[in-house]
Write a protein that binds this ligand. Structure first.
Ligand code: SAM
Length: 222
């Protein structure tokens, strides 16, 4: 069995009982950065073998993981934080496992995009997740798509471009409600809410540090 296990996005207590049981029981755990996953495992006294699989080595490591799974072992896939595959590696591995009739099971849990939507105060019934938005090519097109969106849009942006992004949102959709969510589940968790113009004007008073998720309301939300 290949288990897809969601892990905390900051607060190490955000892990399910089932996730802990499975992480304790599997023969090995496939992760991104072994040092990051080891911090979580140490907290729960789990001494599992770790195999690193990331964007750079996905193809080669995938074959290795699949061959061990074919030998009737159980393994868990985790990412550094949150739900594997969501803007993280693993999609190819799961695809190949399914093709090779290896049973796959999912253990749902934290994801930064869902945490952000719930805390944003914006419509959550129907939304579009855009992952990391383009840095250069395609950025203008993406920003312009927000002008007419009928759905809530949620996406990730690097701390290095947060000020630039809020400036761009102020240019493109100044009157739209947005939420800039920072450090979710961590000590300095906060959400900057208001119109894009209001959030932009407040930027000089804000701490631009940590991890961010941005939520943009649909056109019809006032
Ligand atoms: N798979 C992960 C998930 O399900 O949340 C997302 C992985 S993606 C590589 C990492 C990005 O998620 C960060 O750059 C940031 O935009 C967002 N993120 C992760 N943890 C966060 C947190 N605690 N607060 C705000 N954003 C977070």
């Amino acid at each position: 069995m290949l288990y897809i296990v969601s892990t905390p996005i900051g607060n190490l207590e955000d892990i399910t009982l089932r996730a802990l049981r499975i992480l304790k029981s599997v023969s090995f755990i496939v992760c991104e950065d072994t040092r990051v996953t080891r911090v979580l495992l140490d907290k729960y006294e789990i001494k599992a073998e770790l195999v690193s699989l990331n964007a750079q080595n996905e193809q080669a490591k995938m074959q290795y993981v699949l061959s061990r799974l074919m030998g009737n072992t159980d393994c868990a896939l985790v990412s550094d934080a949150g739900t594997p595959l969501i803007s993280d590696p693993g999609a190819r591995l799961i695809h190949e496992a399914i093709k090779q009739d290896i049973p796959v099971s999912t253990l749902p849990g934290p994801s930064a995009l869902l945490a952000a939507i719930t805390i944003s105060g914006l419509p959550a019934d129907c939304f579009l997740y855009e992952g990391f938005i383009p840095q250069k090519k395609g950025r203008k097109t993406f920003l312009e798509s927000l002008i007419t969106t009928e759905r809530t849009v949620v996406f990730y942006e690097s701390v290095y471009r947060i000020e630039k992004l809020v400036g761009e949102l102020n240019n493109v959709i100044p009157d739209r409600q947005i939420a800039v969510c920072r450090e979710l589940t961590k000590m300095f968790e906060e959400a900057w809410r208001g119109t894009a113009k209001e959030v932009f004007e407040e930027l000089p008073n804000k701490t631009i540090k940590g991890e961010f998720v941005i939520v943009v309301a649909p056109t019809w939300w006032k």
